[in-house]
Write a protein that binds this ligand. Structure first.
Ligand SMILES: [Zn+2]
Length: 433
C-alpha cells in the first residue's frame, strides 16, 4: 500500500532562492525535452499522397525516438552547455524527464477504460511547482534524509520540517517531492508497505450502509441519515470575485499584481482545504461505523457539462469517493461501487418503477404504497445492488425493537436504526422478502 505524507518545511531565504531557480531551470529543460519529442513527430510524418506546400523537414531526420533513456543520456551534454544544470541534483533532473515520459505515455497509450490523456503542454513561467528526489533516508540516498525534524537535501542544505505527525509504522520512505504552494513550501514523502491490508471476510460483515450522493443533501444513507451540502466555494464566491477584480486592475507582471495573485491563490487553497477536511471527516465517520459501504459509480465528467456544473464542482464527489476509497482500504472496510442505473426510479421495497423528475422529493410507490424520501429510497437500492455484487443479500430486515418487515424503510419511525441481518445468498430464498 502507498501513502503520502505532506509536511511543511521552513527553508531559509537563500534556500528559497535556490529552489526557485531549480524550478525555473527544470521547467526550461522540461519544455526543451517536450519540444524535442514533438519535433520528432513532425519530422517523421507526412501525408502519403502529397507534399506539403508550406513546410518540409530539413536536415537529418533522427531515426531514434527521443525516449527517456535517450534524453537522460543527453543530460551530460546539457550540463556542459549550460553549467547551471551542474548545480541541480542529477536524480532530480532524471525524475523531471521521467515525469515528461509518463505524461507522454498517458497521451499515447489508452488506459484500462480505453481513454487517453491530452497531449503534454509546454509549461509557462511559474507553472512548474515541484521537483522530486527519488530516494530519501536509504543507504543509496546519500545526504538526502529527513530525521528528527530536519530535512537535508543535496545541494540545498538543511532546513526544519514541521513533523505534525509521525511516519506510519512499518512503512518504508520512498521518494520526496518538494512542492511550492500558495502559502509556502512543503515536502510530500511517499511511503510504501509491501503488505496488502486484507479486507474483512464477507461472512464477517455485520453492518452495511448504502449512500446516495446528491446536491440537495451531500449524502443520504439507507437508514435516512443525511449530511448537508457545505458549498465551500459559493460561500467564498463574492470575496473571491472582489479579489479577482482587483487583480485584473493591476498592471500585468508588476510587483503589486504578483502580490494580489498570491492572495487569490490563497483563497482557492483555503476553499480546497476546507472541502478536503469535510470529506475526510465524513469518510472516517462512515468507515468507523460500517463494514461495507455501497456507493454509486458516478459519471462525474458527464454531469459537469450541465447547468448544475458549479454545484457539482463544489461538492466534489469524485474527490470524496477517492478519499473514501483510500480510508476504507486502510481499515479493511469494503467499498462497493454500483451502477447508478435506475436507483432513483425503482421502489426499494417491491421493485416497481416509479419515474420522477428532479423536483419530486418524495418516492411514492403506486403498487405497495411505500412513501419515503427519494434519496433514501435510492440509497437502499444502491445497498441492495452492492450486497448482490459481493454475494450477500438482505434476507431479512429486523429492527432491534422488533418491527415487522413491512415497516422497513418508513422514515420517522420512532424506533431505532434498522439492523440488517445478512446471510449468504445460497442459504436463504431471496424472493421470500
Ligand atoms: Zn413499491
Amino acid at each position: 500500500m502507498k501513502l503520502t505524507h505532506i509536511y511543511r518545511i521552513k527553508p531559509s531565504t537563500e534556500q528559497v532562492a535556490i529552489m526557485d531557480t531549480w524550478l525555473e531551470m527544470l521547467r526550461r529543460h522540461f519544455n526543451y525535452a517536450l519540444g524535442q519529442r514533438f519535433d520528432w513527430l513532425r519530422r517523421t510524418r507526412c501525408q502519403i499522397d502529397r507534399c506539403s506546400l508550406i513546410s518540409e523537414p530539413i536536415g537529418d531526420i533522427p531515426n531514434l525516438f527521443p525516449s527517456y533513456n535517450f534524453q537522460a543520456g543527453e543530460l551530460k551534454t546539457t550540463k556542459e552547455l549550460f553549467p547551471i544544470y551542474k548545480e541541480i541534483h542529477a536524480e532530480v533532473q532524471q525524475q523531471n524527464l521521467k515525469r515528461l515520459d509518463k505524461a507522454w505515455q498517458r497521451c499515447i497509450k489508452p488506459d484500462k477504460s480505453g481513454k487517453r490523456a491530452g497531449r503534454p503542454r509546454f509549461k509557462k513561467q511559474g507553472e512548474m511547482r515541484s521537483f522530486t528526489f527519488p530516494r530519501i533516508n536509504g543507504p543509496k540516498a546519500g545526504v538526502n534524509k529527513i530525521e528528527a525534524g530536519v530535512l537535508t537535501l543535496s545541494k540545498i542544505g538543511s532546513m526544519p520540517v514541521i513533523m505534525h505527525r509521525p511516519f506510519s509504522h512499518g512503512f518504508e520512505l520512498k521518494t520526496a517531492t518538494i512542492v511550492k504552494k500558495a502559502d509556502g513550501w512543503y515536502i510530500a514523502i511517499s511511503l510504501e508497505d509491501d503488505s496488502v491490508p486484507s479486507p474483512k471476510p464477507i461472512d464477517e460483515i455485520k453492518t452495511v450502509i448504502g449512500i446516495d450522493l446528491g446536491l440537495k443533501a451531500f449524502l443520504v444513507t439507507s437508514v435516512g441519515e443525511s449530511v448537508e451540502v457545505q458549498q465551500h466555494y459559493r460561500k467564498t464566491q463574492k470575496h473571491l470575485a472582489r479579489q479577482q477584480k482587483r487583480l485584473a486592475r493591476k498592471t500585468s507582471g508588476s510587483r503589486n499584481a504578483q502580490k494580489q495573485k498570491e492572495k487569490v491563490c490563497r483563497i482557492h487553497q483555503r476553499i480546497g482545504r476546507k472541502r478536503e477536511n469535510f470529506h475526510y471527516n465524513i469518510a472516517h465517520q462512515l468507515v468507523k461505523q460500517y463494514d461495507l459501504i455501497a456507493v454509486e459509480d458516478l459519471n462525474i465528467k458527464g454531469l459537469r457539462r450541465t447547468r448544475l456544473a458549479k454545484s457539482i464542482y463544489d461538492v466534489a464527489w469524485g474527490k470524496f469517493l477517492t478519499i473514501l476509497e483510500a480510508v476504507a482500504l486502510r481499515s479493511g472496510v469494503h467499498l462497493v461501487k454500483v451502477s447508478p442505473h435506475n436507483t432513483t426510479v425503482d421502489c426499494s421495497r417491491c421493485g416497481t418503477k416509479v419515474p420522477k423528475t428532479l423536483a419530486v422529493r418524495l418516492h411514492e410507490c403506486t403498487k405497495c404504497s411505500l412513501e419515503m424520501d427519494r434519496d433514501e429510497n435510492a440509497a437502499i437500492n444502491i445497498l441492495h445492488k452492492a450486497l448482490n455484487a459481493v454475494g450477500l443479500t438482505v434476507s431479512a430486515y429486523r429492527r432491534l425493537s422488533g418491527c415487522t418487515p413491512d415497516e422497513v424503510g418508513i422514515p420517522n419511525c420512532e424506533f431505532g436504526k434498522l439492523t440488517l441481518i445478512l446471510t449468504d445468498i445460497a442459504s436463504e430464498d431471496v424472493t421470500s422478502l
